[in-house]
Design a protein. Structure first.
Length: 359
């Protein structure tokens, strides 16, 4: 029977466990090294959580049910992202020793990928919050302040900035609902298109913000996932094949093109195959360099996690540029609002003084 309280408890428990999954990976790895069966480990975690966090205990119960089929991937599906599930799925057939080593490596990697996710999240949230705040300010000004000024002084007598403000207010007053609908529709399309839209046009659009944010992040996660699989002994082609099952339509489009290029005898190195637009220029160059090394697989593994710090820096640079653009836009909006208001009120005061002097 469906219990809403249990659902809410599990939702927040999964959210918290997702943040701390690096610790869970490490704990599972230690248990495997001590030859403790996975089911026994999860049963102990569930028993401990029952006394401390009922929601977490319910999540562990779900994990134990999934684990009964012998799949650690299914057990961790609710708290691990696809890039990490990909490696866990590969490790399952490698034995407890290899799985323990892989989970320890995954624990370290999860902390770095979380840092990259936080950098990407901050890069998007701050500019958007500023844009939303100033948009509401402009709407409030247009609906409440401008009509008062228009009742005191005819708009045709307003100064230039005041007339600009009046024109904007009229557009918002008469077409604001339509503009809001268009903005919501475009926002929905953008979010929907990020993991789904692919093709030649998307490859071009991915070079520019905000799509470049998604390309940089997803491309880095692909490199990290492949490096983890290569470290586990899985070949590059097999790693790419495995990635297809855990990828978005956008990523599958690029992976299929990479596989097609690898199958082409004219492809000089696997670095050439990755030039599909899935990676930014920095990662493309690093993968190309790795493909030319004496031991390409080892070189690819080294750039995997090592590239995350550089990608974080690139995301922060892009965020700074976008924030500067948003701040300039917000400054223009503020200038029009304040300049239009004060210049109009000064014109109004001048008119009142002129009328007083005439009397």
């Amino acid at each position: 029977m469906f219990n809403p309280l249990n659902y809410i408890q599990k939702y927040f428990a999964r959210k918290e466990m997702r943040k701390n999954r690096a610790d869970l990976y490490y704990d599972i790895a230690v248990s495997l090294e001590d030859r403790v069966p996975l089911f026994t480990t999860f049963r102990k975690y569930e028993s401990r959580a029952r006394r401390r966090n009922p929601g977490e205990a319910l999540v562990y119960l779900d994990m134990m049910r999934a684990l009964s089929s012998g799949s650690l991937t299914n057990a961790l599906r609710s708290i691990a992202p696809n890039s990490e599930l990909l490696m866990i799925d590969a490790l399952q057939s490698a034995g407890d020793v290899k799985m323990a080593e892989g989970l320890k490596f995954l624990s370290q990697t999860a902390e770095k990928t979380d840092a990259m996710s936080q950098a990407a999240s901050k890069a998007v949230k701050y500019p958007l919050s500023m844009l939303v705040i100033f948009s509401f300010m402009l709407v409030g000004f247009s609906l409440h302040v401008v009509p008062i000024l228009a009742g005191l002084l005819p708009p045709e007598k307003w100064p230039l900035l005041g007339r600009i403000l009046y024109t904007i207010s009229q557009i918002i007053t008469h077409y604001g609902l339509y503009l809001f609908t268009v903005v919501v529709a475009l926002t929905w399309f953008f979010i929907y298109s990020l993991p789904r839209w692919h093709g030649r046009v998307r490859q071009f659009v991915d070079k520019f913000m905000p799509y470049s944010f998604y390309r940089d992040y997803s491309g880095a996660m692909l490199v990290v996932s492949l490096s983890m699989l290569l470290r586990s002994g899985v070949s590059l082609r097999s790693s790419l094949d495995r990635s297809l099952a855990f990828s978005s339509p956008w990523m599958r489009f690029h992976i299929r093109r990479i596989l097609k290029s690898l199958a082409n005898a004219n492809t000089a190195s696997f670095g050439e195959a990755f030039k599909t637009g899935v990676l930014n220029q920095y990662l493309e160059d690093r993968v190309q360099d790795a493909s030319e090394r004496r031991n390409p697989a080892d070189a690819f593994v080294r750039i995997g996690v090592g590239s995350i710090d550089r990608v974080i820096a690139e995301i922060q640079k892009s965020a700074a540029r976008m924030s500067s653009f948003i701040m300039i836009f917000c400054g223009i909006v503020l200038f029009i609002m304040m300049g239009g208001f004060f210049s109009t009120t000064m014109e109004l005061q001048s008119g009142i003084k002129a009328q007083a002097q005439a009397r």
